[in-house]
Design a protein around this ligand. Structure first.
Ligand code: GLC
Ligand code: GLC
Length: 811
């Protein structure tokens, strides 16, 4: 069952009922100012950091769900309704929500009044615009009142939700004409404030929440709206809000538009007052002056649309498969931008006050983003690498505002260092910019011990070399990619963090998954060394990679698949010897995609085992059989009920690893079958089961052991976005950036047909026509570039050349 449809021409998903199975959200903002917005106008806004600089309040875990947003109430006689249905939930005569690239547009109607709200964050300003247009579609005159409503968050969202003894006394606002200024804590250590303004005179306002709502009432039915009259309250402490009241008369057929701006403004620390305790308005005056007329809004909106048209022209696909076209050309890349911006910080499942930017997460997010805006990827790489420790290990997370490593969680996740190589290699392959490798980068933000980025990578690489266990496999530390496989933790008390409790390292627990990573990224490291002319280092690296490869074949192979790990007693995990958790996806996917056991025929065997044991209708499960009891020696993974999350859920993130591994051994049918199972454009059909947004990936889909298999959770912020984009663009469609130029090596399912890719790469545009006359899964028989036959399948890169016309014949 569907709750909407794709409008590909407009790059929108159109939701046709407010009652989606879960809130279906969108992200506004591309740079520093962000808003989450749901299909019922729920959500919140923040500047740079969802924890430290949150503008508006949201209540996770609330009843009813998805409460608080930017709401517009329309009072028409005795009827009160909202453009996005919530919070009044008055039944609407029509409703539509269009989530597009960086904007959402709501259109609804009630009793002959049509209302539209276009919400977006303009390209280079720190604000969100809501343009509300009211139209009288009836044949009688309408006397309406329009009320806006946002609830201010007292900046630090963590403190805001628990420090009530202080916070109930600190709230302060100013109201001047149609602008409400939120200035809590401005008198002391802040030099920033927020504004909520409208481009029209107002007939009333409220800034004290309970004055507007009425005592013991909620925002579904504010007393002031019911009365048709705001109270002009000025908040002192308690919970400041911003409400404008505008009385509107509309003749039949008449429309009026109102431009609301919610903005973040900063003053210089030593020049922040206009007069005693009155904030200096220069930055907000400047901001608000930019968005006064419909033309201003149209212009800013066009800029945003053009921006996305530009970004989405970097990689485009024309194939016979509409679903794949739509994911590749629009939604998958869009989600890659969002995960790049947010890492795992703010979504409807990530509270914005927990994790900031993850070291491993952000490096992986780069993989699907780097082609879009390489300069931003470059900056991000330097930020991430700056939180690395001198011994090559890394803070697991850092805060986006301060860019400092988060010492609460610390380090000890032994896969982290290698992901830095993955991110940097992707950047250099995309851009050819080797200057980044020579960039001076601090350790733990300490510039006095800075070295080149290449030296950081060396320390990443050597961290694995220097931290091996009894089988010559990498020590796992607190966990590897699977945060929940905590082999050195042994936690017995609720509330202890599985990751941070217990010693961060043990002498023997080892990860076969990290071994697979080391083989893959060790080779990529060697190639970077070669680029810098350091053949000796490349040789050394390859020698170490070979040693690891052999160690995996010797002690990481279980007969039919790769072992997952060795625990603190040196017992196998993910082996026939185990009662539960006999086979895991990660080691099988990653070792195979790294090429381990390909020539020996073991990768094929491993992938056949994955199909046999881990496949289910909705995707490839992370492990089987599910753990049914808690194992002290395995940690959080066994804390989840069977079928959920890391305990036998379908963890979408590593499905593409298996799909990529299938392309490595040339099985296009199977690679695509896996791609399809978790692909939103395909699961759209079963939205009533899947529940999360049908235009983006979610982190987890419940596995076969779950109560409701196929039910998705934790949408948007997942490494699935980046990995799937790599999978489809670089392995299935097969356009992979190498240091020497683009390689074209598709691996497609039978019947996929011919296709065309346009790819912008290092300043040139490549038009790549792929023909598949014999309908094969893999293999390039012939390639011509600008009509000339070229041997192999790497398009030779020529400095300065602007256009490449490439013909590929598979066979
Ligand atoms: C979450 C984390 C990611 C981890 C994965 C598996 O998605 O963000 O870092 O790899 O879970 O545990
Ligand atoms: C993984 C899990 C997530 C958990 C985190 C820390 O990322 O997917 O649910 O919160 O590990 O335990």
């Amino acid at each position: 069952m569907k709750f909407g449809y794709f409008d590909d021409a407009n790059r929108e998903y159109v939701i046709t009922t407010p009652k989606t199975p879960l809130p279906w959200i969108n992200y506004l903002g591309c740079n520093d100012f962000f808003s989450l917005v749901s299909n019922t106008c729920g959500g919140y806004s923040f500047y740079k950091d969802a924890k430290l600089l949150r503008l508006t309040r949201y209540r996770y875990n609330n009843v009813p769900a998805d409460n608080n947003g930017k709401y517009y109430y329309i009072k028409d006689g005795d009827t009160v309704w909202n453009i996005g249905w919530q919070p009044s939930k008055t039944v609407l005569d029509s409703y539509e929500c269009r989530h597009g690239m960086g904007y959402s547009r709501f259109t609804s109607a009630k009793n002959g009044v049509k209302a539209e709200n276009l919400a977006f964050v303009p390209m280079n300003d720190t604000c969100e615009i809501n343009r509300v247009i009211l139209t009288n579609e009836s044949d009688t005159k309408k006397e309406l009142s329009l009320f806006s409503y946002v609830e201010w968050c007292l900046w630090n969202a963590d403190d805001d939700s628990r420090n009530f003894q202080r916070n109930f006394s600190t709230g302060e606002v100013e109201v001047i004409d149609s602008t409400i200024y939120h200035k809590t804590e401005y008198r002391e250590r802040r030099n920033h404030y927020a504004v909520f303004s409208v481009n029209s005179p107002i007939d009333g306002f409220d800034t004290q929440r309970e004055s507007f709502l009425g005592a013991y009432r909620d925002n579904s039915n504010p007393e002031a709206v019911e009365n048709g009259k705001c109270t002009d309250s000025v908040a002192h402490g308690w919970s400041p809000v911003a409400v404008h009241q505008i009385n509107v008369t509309l003749e039949p057929g008449e429309s009026k538009s109102f431009i609301f701006v919610l903005g973040y403004c900063e003053n210089p620390v030593d020049d922040k007052w206009e007069s005693k305790n009155v904030i200096k308005k220069t930055p907000s005056d400047k901001l608000l002056a930019k968005y006064k007329t419909d033309d201003d809004v149209d212009k800013a909106f066009k800029e945003l649309k053009d921006y996305w048209t530009g970004l989405l022209s970097i990689f485009t696909l024309e194939s016979n498969n509409d679903k794949v076209n739509r994911m590749v050309n629009i939604w998958n890349q869009y989600q890659c931008m969002v995960t790049f911006n947010m890492s795992r910080s703010a979504s409807y499942y990530e509270s914005g006050i927990g994790r900031g930017m993850g070291f491993r997460d952000s490096n992986q997010d780069l993989l699907g983003f780097v082609h879009l805006i390489p300069e931003r990827a470059r900056e991000r790489i330097i930020d991430i690498a700056s939180t690395q420790f001198r011994n090559g290990s890394a803070y697991h997370q850092y805060q986006p505002l301060t860019k400092r490593g988060n010492s609460d969680i610390g380090s000890g996740f032994n896969d982290d260092p290698l992901w830095l190589i993955a991110g940097v290699s992707a950047y250099v392959r995309e851009t050819g910019d080797i200057s980044i490798l020579k960039e001076n980068v601090p350790y733990d933000n300490d510039m006095s011990v800075a070295t080149t980025l290449m030296e950081h990578l060396k320390r990443s690489f050597d961290f694995t070399v220097n931290n091996k266990g009894p089988h010559g496999l990498p020590l796992i530390g607190r966990a590897d990619w699977n945060d929940c496989l905590n082999l050195n933790c042994f936690s017995e008390h609720p509330g202890e963090s599985f990751q941070c409790f217990g010693p961060s390292e043990g002498p023997v627990a080892e990860s076969v998954f990290i071994a697979g990573m080391f083989v893959k990224y060790g080779e990529e490291y060697a190639q970077l060394a070669e680029l810098l002319g350091d053949d000796a280092e490349a040789k050394r690296a390859r020698k170490e990679v070979k040693i690891m490869y052999d160690a995996v074949l010797k002690d990481g192979w279980d007969g039919d698949w790769f072992v997952r790990a060795y625990d603190a007693y040196s017992n196998k995990i993910g082996s026939k010897e185990c009662e539960e958790g006999k086979i895991f996806i990660e080691s099988n996917g990653f070792c195979s995609l790294a090429g381990i056991g390909v020539k020996e025929g073991l990768a094929k065997k491993a992938l056949d085992s994955v199909k046999e044991h881990l496949d289910c209708e909705y995707g490839v499960m992370i492990l089987q059989p599910a753990y049914t009891v808690y194992h002290l020696e395995l940690g959080e993974i066994t804390s989840y009920p069977p079928g959920y999350k890391e305990n036998a859920g379908i963890f979408c993130h590593n499905n593409p690893w298996v799909s990529i591994a299938e392309t490595v051994i040339g099985r296009g049918d199977r690679a695509f079958e896996i791609y399809k199972k978790t692909c939103p454009a395909y699961t759209e059909e079963i939205s009533e089961i899947h529940k999360t947004e049908p235009y983006v990936y979610c982190q987890m889909v419940a596995g076969a052991d779950a109560y409701i298999p196929g039910e998705g959770k934790n949408s948007w912020l997942t490494g699935t976005a980046a990995w799937t984009f790599c999978n489809i663009s670089q392995y299935i469609l097969g356009v992979y950036p190498t240091h020497k130029g683009l390689r074209v090596d598709p691996c497609v399912p039978h019947g996929f047909g011919d296709f065309k890719i346009t790819r912008k790469f290092r300043g040139a545009t490549y038009t790549i026509n792929v023909k598949n006359p014999s309908d094969v899964e893999k293999g390039v028989k012939a390639m011509t570039v600008d009509g000339k036959k070229v041997s192999g399948n790497v398009i030779p890169y020529e400095e300065g050349k602007k256009e490449y016309a490439v013909e590929i014949v598979m066979g």
